[in-house]
Design a protein around this ligand. Structure first.
Ligand SMILES: Nc1ncnc2c1ncn2[C@@H]1O[C@H](COP(=O)(O)OP(=O)(O)O)[C@@H](O)[C@H]1O
Ligand SMILES: [Mg+2]
Length: 221
């Protein structure tokens, strides 16, 4: 079993979108998968799964947790599923530390705006601080990769943020996700884009899935 977290301290950067699409794509690849939704305010992945069930699609289990039962639920789920995806919460609270401690790999979606950058820096501080304790105890540290969401290299305003991310010297995933209507439609209908028609979106999510699963293998090797 493996636990992938999709986390950042900013809301609206695509944590739920990426969690849902990774789950569908991993499931189609033949592994059993569930999502743990930690955003008790938005519950967007829980609601996505309800729309999925309502539309008669093959169900993907989603569990809503708070910071008190996240680790317990993740442990249980790890026994029952090949891959557990934790859809992160934007709260800078205990839950963020727990997510970092529990995950084998953390995908950090970032959207190109200065506002998100501050949240990213705070998240990375929390990540490094949490990991420092584990390193001292000789526990393997989880991998982390920044995911450039709504990626658009042509927009000049975005270059500053991409350069700033480079300067952080934190791994950036090779796979990127562009702004596409398919992601919004998938969310509204309970689908993953790999179950839809947009070939570019499908290619993006398949590439992301392969990259994350490969990195997971390296972490657990
Ligand atoms: N690559 C994308 N293309 C188009 N819309 C996107 C993309 N990523 C996220 N969105 C949209 O942005 C909004 C916020 O995304 P969401 O996944 O809910 O963020 P978070 O979970 O981080 O709060 C949603 O309406 C979602 O459909
Ligand atoms: Mg969300």
């Amino acid at each position: 079993m493996s636990i992938i977290a999709v986390a950042n301290l900013k809301g609206g950067v695509g944590k739920s979108t990426i969690s849902q699409n990774l789950a569908v794509s991993i499931w189609h690849g033949g592994k059993t998968v569930c999502i743990i939704d930690t955003d008790t305010e938005q519950r967007s992945t829980l609601e996505w799964s309800e729309r999925r069930n309502g539309n008669g699609l093959e169900p993907i289990a989603v569990f809503l947790v708070n910071e008190d039962n996240l680790a317990t639920k993740a442990n249980e789920a790890a026994d029952d599923f090949d891959v557990v995806i934790i859809d992160g919460s934007p709260a800078l609270s205990e839950i963020t530390t727990k997510i970092v401690l529990i995950a084998d790999f953390v995908v950090v979606p970032v959207m190109p705006s200065g506002n998100d950058f501050g949240a990213l820096e705070k998240f990375l501080l929390r990540y490094n601080d949490t990991r420092a304790i584990q390193k001292r105890r000789g526990i393997e540290t989880a991998g982390l990769g920044i995911l450039l969401n709504e990626y658009d290299s042509k927009a000049i305003v975005n270059r500053t943020i991409y350069q700033a991310i480079d300067r952080l010297e934190v791994p950036v995933l090779e796979s990127r996700v562009a702004h596409r209507v398919a992601y919004k439609e998938a969310n509204l209908t309970g689908l993953g884009v790999t179950e839809m028609q947009d070939k570019k979106a499908i290619a993006e999510i398949e590439a992301l899935t392969n990259e994350v699963l490969e990195l997971l293998e390296q972490v657990s090797a």
